[in-house]
Design a protein around this ligand. Structure first.
Ligand SMILES: [Mg+2]
Length: 171
């Protein structure tokens, strides 16, 4: 089976991307990864800047849903103050949790983007369902030892893709 881990876009931070970027592509819902995408790895709270950004997306008409491989209590506790639904224990890159998120968002695959920091969970999982996949540079460097090798591989792949012009980097 061909494993498509190429993101459609590559960004340094979610805060670089305005709601219009998504809306111009017909995207109505965002599936957001949690750790290293909207919060530093294993952080207990959402930073005010990120909370404001997400509220801004919502105000612009984008529906949001967090899909995380982390456990339920943590995901719900973090998102409850913002009223953002979350799918925990997602087991990305499996399709099931992405489908569940689209059900919550009320969007079709063509209307849905995935934003995450990992090629082998967020991007691959999103690509399997034909979603618009956006890779973000991880917020923090606090990683499991084991993921370091994966990061090196990602970096290698991305550098090649950027040179070839395969991936898009939003302004
Ligand atoms: Mg992550």
């Amino acid at each position: 089976m061909f494993m498509n881990i190429y993101p459609k876009a590559y960004i340094s931070s979610l805060s670089d991307v305005k709601a219009d970027y998504f809306k111009e592509k017909g995207i109505k819902g965002l599936i957001l990864d949690l750790d290293n995408t909207i919060i530093p790895w294993k952080a207990a709270i959402l930073q005010p800047e990120m909370a404001d950004l997400l509220k801004g997306y919502q105000a612009s008409g984008l529906n949001l849903c967090v899909v995380s491989n982390a456990f339920n209590r943590r995901v719900v506790g973090l998102l409850e103050p913002l009223g953002i639904p979350g799918v925990a224990w997602a087991r990305k890159p499996r399709r099931k949790s992405f489908l569940k998120a689209m059900d919550i968002l009320g969007t079709t695959p063509a209307e849905t983007a995935v934003v995450g920091d990992q090629l082998f969970t967020d991007i691959w999982g999103g690509n399997r369902l034909g979603l618009y996949t956006v890779l973000v540079i991880p917020i923090s460097k606090k990683e499991f030892f084991g993921t370091r090798f994966v990061r090196l591989l990602e970096k290698f792949v991305l550098n090649r893709l950027a040179k070839k012009g395969v991936i898009e980097i939003p302004e």
